[in-house]
Design a binder for this molecule. Structure first.
Ligand SMILES: Nc1nc2c(ncn2[C@@H]2O[C@H](COP(=O)(O)OP(=O)(O)OP(=O)(O)O)[C@@H](O)[C@H]2O)c(=O)[nH]1
Ligand SMILES: [Mg+2]
Length: 225
């Protein structure tokens, strides 16, 4: 059963390690080849990609992100990069973390996740998080059972996401693809979108303080003249 639609566009950030199928997932959701997909040791996506579409009657904007750690960005650069992504978060949004279900979840991959989460810098990150286990075509065991015995790193990610996860096969076609896209959209609609208002960032507070100081200086100057 599909849940009620949101009247405004839902922004869907797709984050995660390079090669985990982020761009493929964006294409799968939109139902068209919008983002470049490739098998490569280097990052295929190097800049934030955006594309809009209507999926099951819901306006969606996909934000396909690069893996900032694989691009060798420093923590300061990752913070800048993630701030750019965040500038798009007005209105309802979700964060999909692409994790491959067919390979071990490593400490390195956990580090990528942690660095993006730290750079995001507020609770909206975990409130909006859904883990998408990609490469679902390679999953031959019951994922719910398997997840009971995974590494502490992956358990910690799932705990952050309030245990919201879906299995996804980017290679699926036809009704199989339609069913899993619907399941994913339902997971997104179940997120608490009410706290969607983006909190004031430290930078915005600083600008506000500077403006107030300038205003008061001018007011004092005019009064004393
Ligand atoms: N078998 C299988 N292959 C997949 C799946 N999803 C993606 N792939 C393949 O994995 C490779 C990488 O996919 P991309 O979508 O480019 O991965 P990405 O996360 O965007 O990678 P970067 O842009 O480098 O960060 C491509 O060869 C895809 O065809 C899947 O669900 N199953
Ligand atoms: Mg990509």
């Amino acid at each position: 059963m599909s849940l009620s639609k949101l009247s405004s566009t839902v922004k869907v950030f797709i984050i995660g390690k390079t090669g985990n199928g982020k761009s493929s997932l964006g294409n799968s959701i939109l139902g068209r080849k919008e983002f470049l997909v490739a098998r490569s040791m280097r990052s295929t996506t190097v800049h934030l990609g955006e594309a809009v579409g209507v999926v099951n009657g819901q306006q969606i904007m996909i934000l396909d992100t690069p893996d900032p750690v694989n691009l060798n960005l420093s923590d300061a650069e990752i913070k800048n990069e993630v701030s750019r992504w965040k500038s798009a978060v007005e209105g309802p949004y979700a964060i999909l973390l692409a994790v491959r279900c067919d390979v071990r979840y490593t400490a390195e991959e956990y580090d990528i996740y942690k660095r993006i989460k730290t750079a995001w810098g507020d609770n909206s990150f975990t409130n909006r998080l859904v883990v998408v286990f990609t490469f679902g075509d390679r999953q031959d065991r019951d994922i719910h059972e398997e997840l009971k015995t995974v590494s502490w790193e992956l358990s910690s990610v799932l705990a952050d996401a309030g245990n919201r996860y879906v299995l996804f096969n980017n290679m699926a076609r036809g009704s199989e693809m339609a069913a899993q896209v619907e399941q994913l959209l339902n997971a997104i609609h179940r997120l608490d979108m009410k706290s969607a208002v983006s909190p004031i960032t430290q930078d915005q507070v600083l600008i506000l303080v500077v403006l107030v100081v300038i205003f008061m200086t001018v007011a004092v100057y005019i009064t004393l003249r």
